[in-house]
Design a protein around this ligand. Structure first.
Ligand code: PLP
Length: 363
């Protein structure tokens, strides 16, 4: 079927939903599921309908407390995905110039194109381990740029940008009157100490995030946008066109989850610590790949030294029952992405199989 307009789909999502599963699944970037039975709540405290107008106040307050912002700056949305779409739709008009990192998460690029942005790119280079370089942003910023779009940590590489780097980019944005949209969904995985959101760096910053990636709570679809109150108000009004009302049971459970977030985060930390150790044991210095071990985050993004990554993915799946994401979905076809937030036993075995596959791969 021909889609009614360009960029109205995502090849990556199709891959993730239909073709990425395997017994040893290293293709997901988010924390393994947090079981509902481990959340403490009473069924009697849940309700189907509730006082949801422009946000359910207890959820706005819970997110605001967690992020250290005022509830007027919080807009809730169905995951970071919808948060990104809403924020972008509110931040530029069709034909406006938007500057976005490359490589990036495909959904962000496609959402920009779908919404009619005139897209410009700035590079995050593999040689610099995908660092966010303000000079590179500056070279590509023009007086027409309305918005700069960044992921932090970076998907696919998990590279963390410092507050200072983001502050410099915020200053540049101010000079041209642009906003800076930062998707912080992976930043949520830094709990000790919690990483401050860049929202505090100035009114030009708009931040999106959710409970999906760091906590294993994807199914709650608890996403949010942080924006200065006037903009937040406009985004709420725009949301009436897209989502109107949220799922109230999910809002109630999201409040419960945020109240218990320390325990949920501690479990996630144990998973990541164990899996990071397994990643290092399996792949550090492996001669078949170039990889700087990521210091933080839930993914790694090595380059395959020899051969075609799609062929390697098939070889890995068919012979080792293990899956990774080809880098072509992240604009870097010579790389592949490994997720390290899955079940510890499964991930350790998957990484060991991946190491064997790499050793036996003929290219
Ligand atoms: C950078 C980035 N933003 C957003 C999402 C989607 O997040 P959510 O499940 O909260 O919609 C992903 C998922 O892979 C992502 O990588």
């Amino acid at each position: 079927m021909k889609l009614p307009r360009p960029h109205a789909d995502s090849a990556y999502m199709e891959f993730a939903k239909l073709y990425s599963a395997a017994k040893f699944n290293l293709a997901t970037s988010g924390m393994m599921s947090y079981p509902l039975r481990e959340l403490h709540f009473r069924v009697d405290d849940l309700e189907i309908n509730g006082p949801t107008g422009y946000g359910y106040p207890p959820l706005l307050e819970a997110i605001a407390r967690m992020k250290g912002v005022s509830p007027e700056s919080v807009v809730t949305a169905a995951g970071t995905s919808m948060a990104n779409h809403l924020a972008m739709a509110a931040l530029f008009a069709p034909g406006d110039e938007v500057l976005i990192e490359e490589p990036t998460y495909e959904l962000m690029l496609n959402a920009l194109l779908y919404l009619g942005a005139k897209v410009r790119r700035f590079q995050r280079r593999a040689e610099d381990n995908f660092a966010l370089d303000p000079e590179e942003v500056k070279r590509n910023l023009t007086p027409q740029t309305r918005l700069i779009v960044i992921t932090n940590m970076h998907n696919p590489s998990s590279r963390l940008a410092s507050q200072e780097t983001l502050r410099i980019i915020g200053e540049m944005a101010n000079e041209t009157g642009a906003r800076v949209l930062v998707d912080e969904v992976y930043l949520e995985s830094l709990h000790h100490p919690p990483q401050p959101t860049c929202f505090h760096l100035g009114r030009q910053f708009v931040v999106t995030s959710s409970l999906t990636k760091a906590y294993g709570l994807s199914g709650l679809r608890c996403g949010w946008i942080l924006a200065e109150p006037e903009l937040a108000e406009r985004i709420w009004r725009l949301n009436d066109l897209f989502a109107s009302s949220p799922v109230h049971i999910a809002e109630l459970l999201s409040v419960v989850a945020i109240e218990q977030i320390d325990g949920i985060a501690a479990r996630a930390d144990r998973v990541i610590e164990a899996n990071r150790g397994a990643l290092v044991s399996a792949l550090e210095g492996h001669p078949a790949i170039d990889l700087v071990m990521p210091a933080v985050g839930t993914t790694a993004f090595p380059r395959l030294r020899n051969g075609d990554v799609h062929k390697f993915r098939r070889y890995l799946r068919e012979n080792y029952e293990t899956s990774v994401v080809p880098g072509s979905y992240f604009e870097r076809p010579g790389h592949f992405r490994i997720g390290i937030a899955g079940d510890v036993e499964m991930t350790r075995e998957g990484l060991s199989r991946l190491a064997s596959a790499l050793s036996n791969w003929q290219g």
